[in-house]
Ligand binder design. Structure first.
Ligand code: IFM
Length: 463
């Protein structure tokens, strides 16, 4: 298959700290909101947690060697805030930083570019106890932490992502309560979005200044999880529901960053239920500071309806009109029950390029969970995952042909890991993790990706 991706296209694999590291009480790390959440009965499937996960903290050199075999040029990982700054305040914890120092050196000596995410959901528990993301001070704490990490690693790391999927932190964590910290309050969720974005903006300011002072190149990014809200029908009720969904789950994150304003229709929707975004003077200027790259995580789009299950239109207890996502119904599903929709991926990328022009895109996550069955040697012949990645890469190539400036693709995930509230049953890895023995075995999808990357890098005509 020829993907028509340029030879300098960036190829990577991605992970996050809590999902793979384990060693939650080592070298001064203190609990994050996820350590706490995992202890809540019923919060995580089978009562599982990230205490050991893939034991990456102890197996890091072996894992970097494995990454190298894939032929990727980039590894996207996250730093655990409670390792660097236990409790979320105060000086750097040298032992915690030392792990990432070793990781960065190991990557560089393997010829792999480190792509560092500062926040992939592991807020120090003390900061949650002090109010968490609904509390404005958390944004300032995050900026301080970002500076500490940059002071330790900025001499070798050029690619910095502030936040991974602010939507998940705010919506799943503070509105739906299905992710840590498990709170359920719409107004808190709205405030969280603003403070996450403010923390991002403050961190960008400080990292940009630190890089300039040291005369170093820096590539600053944020990663959003994005999908289009597609009306379930032509009915004005569904069209209006899709508009609401798009405002709350997409434009609320993108507009302040790239247009320096929250969408007016979102503000009106919030106003109608007595909720406001706690914006202070100067915030939007900070949030909209120029970026070098936008990370896009894509899994699916949302077919959206304004009708309740019984076919009526109504409001919830907070007075918000029904805005539900429903299955498209005609798409295959992955093991996590998410529908597979690569065409929408291409449309999404083109839309981003049109609505928010000028920002280069990198797909910082894309992948799928399937019900893997290993053979006697631990090999998984994951044809479905391979097809999934191939179809989504083809969508990237198509979006590029339609004008989207997509410069890279990172598979989620390097290896099977702790899939948050789903525990360990939902496997997204292109490498199998045997959690009993911690053996890693590349699946068919990993071998396919390796060969695809090699082909994409060959001079044209040598296919
Ligand atoms: O595993 C997660 C990751 O941490 C963030 N993006 C979505 C993935 C799959 O759910």
């Amino acid at each position: 298959m020829s993907l028509e991706l340029p030879r300098d296209f960036r190829w990577g694999v991605a992970t996050s700290a809590y999902q793979i590291e384990g060693a939650v009480a080592e070298d001064g790390r203190t609990p994050s909101i996820w350590d706490t959440f995992c202890r809540v009965p019923g919060a995580v499937e089978n009562g599982e947690d990230g205490d050991v996960a893939c034991d990456h903290y102890h197996r890091m050199p072996e894992d970097v060697a494995l990454i190298k075999t894939l032929g990727v040029d980039t590894y996207r990982f996250s730093v655990a805030w409670p390792r660097i700054q236990p409790g979320g305040r105060g000086p750097v914890n040298p032992a915690g930083l030392a792990f990432y120092d070793r990781l960065v050196d190991e990557l560089l000596s393997a010829g792999i570019t480190p792509w560092l995410t500062l926040y992939h959901w592991d807020l120090p528990q003390e900061l949650e106890d002090a109010g968490g993301w609904p509390h404005r001070d958390t944004a300032y704490r995050f900026a301080e932490y970002a500076e500490l990490v940059y002071a330790g690693l900025g001499d070798r790391v050029e690619h910095w992502t502030t936040l991974n999927e602010a939507w998940c932190s705010a919506w799943l964590g503070y509105v739906e309560g299905v992710h840590a910290p498990g709170r359920r309050d719409f107004a808190d969720g709205v405030a969280s979005v603003h403070h996450l974005l403010l923390g991002h903006g403050l961190a960008v300011q400080r990292l940009r200044a630190a890089a300039a002072a040291a005369d170093r190149p820096i590539d600053l990014a944020i990663t959003h999880i994005l999908g289009n809200a597609v009306p379930a029908s032509d009915s004005p009720v569904d069209v209006e529901a899709a508009r609401r969904g798009d405002a709350l789950h997409f434009r609320m994150y993108m507009d302040p960053m790239f247009k320096a304003a929250y969408p007016p229709d979102l503000i009106a929707d919030l106003d109608a239920v007595g909720v406001s975004i706690p914006v202070q003077d100067g915030d939007l200027e900070i949030i909209s500071a120029p970026l070098d790259t936008l990370g896009v995580n894509y899994y699916r789009s949302m077919k959206t309806t304004g009708f309740a299950e019984d076919g009526t239109t109504t409001t919830d207890e907070a007075g918000r009109p029904v805005t539900r996502t429903v299955d498209f119904g005609d798409r295959p599903k992955t093991y996590i029950d998410w529908e597979v929709m690569p065409d929408d991926f291409a449309d999404l990328l083109v839309r981003i390029g049109t609505d928010y022009p000028g920002i280069p895109l990198v797909i910082t996550e894309n992948g799928a969970a399937y019900d893997d069955v290993p053979d006697a040697d631990g090999f998984v012949d994951d044809q479905e995952r391979t097809n999934y990645i191939a179809e989504h890469l083809a969508a990237v190539a198509q979006a590029r042909r339609r004008g989207a400036d997509v410069r890279g693709y990172f598979a989620w995930s390097l290896m099977d890991n702790f899939e948050w509230a789903y525990g360990y049953d939902k496997r997204f890895g292109i490498i199998r993790t045997d959690y009993q023995t911690q053996t890693r075995t590349p699946k068919r999808s990993a071998l396919w990706l390796r060969d695809t990357i090699a082909r994409a890098r060959r001079p044209r005509g040598e296919d």
